[in-house]
Design a protein. Structure first.
Lengths: 250, 179
């Protein structure tokens, strides 16, 4: 190979970028070619000079500290983020469930209070020597009796052909709110039907539907702005049957 | 998020040993201590943020230098230097006369003379010389750092050396006349 061709490879040679075979060949060539050898030497010296001259600037200790801090502190921050990504939803769920629990806890307590009071009223009425103030099996007598005694009116069902009998009614109070209490009888069992305006703090927003409270069966619902509670020691079927009659009549 | 396969301390372990070299390189690019400091700091910040995109197994050093260089090129000083950066666009530098034993002067050349010559070189010659001689990067690493094909590395490096030699000869001659 001519020197000209080798010259083009001298840079790669001194940079150690030739293939081992090429490097060997060039090495052999420089042993016999003074010009190429001198050229290669000159290039090596230039490399060395630049390497020496190029290492010139030292960073300040202050910058070193800053870089060290930024390179080490940030991953910590990132960990903080990771932590937050997990923690925020978890905390949210915990807080939400606590809120829900405390809400339902309060709701539950309120419901218990209402049903206890209704159960008390029901039991007290049955234990009384004068359970009802208006004694009548005729709904057309009972309903007008309440006029002027409570701030609302209501309709009562026709009971002919059913097992239920109306015994009478009385004015009652639940949480300082006046309402009507009607006593029905079915096979020797007495059932109280409470009717209130659905605006008292105690009764408002109570969930409707059947439930068992203090081993009484209870049904309650809201209809035409009135809150109905049907409570008694009979089975849920009887409670539901009477509730349906009242609903249909209202 | 950092690469799951890498332990958390890896960025530190990889990046901190490069600090002195990166600063030196930054200073050569900017000529300015404050600017160089900002550049290094920016480089570390960007590298840390982008560490997740760094492909494990590829060259971390080349990656860091590339970030530094790109940051520099997009800086105010860097933008000025990118004028006529295009490889083929600039006037062909005269090929150095075939080297003669006379050019062995570099042996006696002081560091200052070489440093001054490096300062006078266009940034695209200066940076490739620094990467090759000071950082002792392979052509492949230089190619990765400068985002150019390896073949271009060889030709640009060759032209950079010729340009440096020319400057050194001029300075030596000037120096000789001056003395």
């Amino acid at each position: 190979m001519a020197c000209e061709a080798w010259r083009d490879k001298l840079d790669a040679y001194v940079d150690g970028e030739l293939t081992p075979a090429e490097a060997r060949e060039l090495s052999v060539h420089t042993r016999t070619c003074v010009e190429c050898a001198a050229d290669a030497l000159e290039r090596v010296q230039l490399k060395r000079s630049v390497a020496a001259a190029g290492k010139r600037y030292e960073p300040s200790a202050e910058l070193r500290a800053r870089i060290l801090k930024s390179a080490t502190a940030k991953p910590g921050k990132r960990m903080g983020w990771k932590w937050a990504i997990v923690a925020v939803p978890v905390l949210s769920v915990v807080i939400l469930s606590m809120l829900v629990q405390s809400y339902y806890g309060r709701e539950n307590a309120r419901r218990q209070r209402v049903y206890s009071e209704l159960a008390d009223l029901h039991v007290a009425t049955l234990a009384s020597t004068t359970p009802v103030d208006v004694v009548s099996t005729d709904r057309h007598t009972v309903k007008p009796w309440f006029a002027g005694k409570i701030p609302f009116t209501f309709n009562l069902p026709e009971l002919q052909g059913t097992e239920f009998t109306l015994l009478g009614g009385r004015v009652t109070y639940l949480a300082q709110t006046p309402g009507a209490q009607l006593i029905y009888q079915v096979r020797k069992h007495q059932i109280s039907v409470f009717i209130f305006q659905d605006r008292g703090e105690e009764t408002a927003a109570l969930p409707s539907g059947p439930l068992k409270a203090l081993s009484f069966n209870v049904e309650n619902w809201t209809q035409n702005g009135l809150r109905y509670f049907v409570i008694g020691d009979v089975g849920p079927d009887d409670i539901q049957a009477l509730s349906k009659l009242l609903r249909d009549a209202a | 998020m950092p690469d799951q396969r890498l332990p958390a301390a890896t960025f530190e372990e990889l990046a901190l040993p490069l600090f002195d070299q990166l600063y030196n390189f930054a200073r050569w690019l900017t000529h300015e201590p404050t600017e160089a400091e900002d550049l290094v700091q920016e480089t570390y910040a960007k590298a840390l943020r982008g560490f997740s995109s760094f492909q494990a197994g590829t060259n971390f050093r080349a990656w860091m230098y590339r970030i530094l260089r790109n940051s520099f090129l997009s800086s105010r000083t860097g933008l000025k230097t990118t004028v006529a950066f295009d490889e083929e666009d600039h006037e062909m530098l005269p090929t150095a006369e075939s080297p003669t034993p006379e050019t062995l002067f570099i042996d006696q050349a002081t560091r200052e003379i070489v440093q001054q010559a490096l300062e006078e070189l266009p940034v695209y010659f200066r940076e490739i010389l620094l990467l090759c001689e000071v950082e002792e990067m392979s052509y492949q690493e230089i190619a990765e750092t400068l985002a150019i094909p390896p073949g271009t590395v060889m030709s640009r490096l060759s032209r950079a050396r010729k340009a440096l030699r020319k400057l050194l000869q001029q300075q030596l001659r000037g120096g000789k006349h001056g003395v």
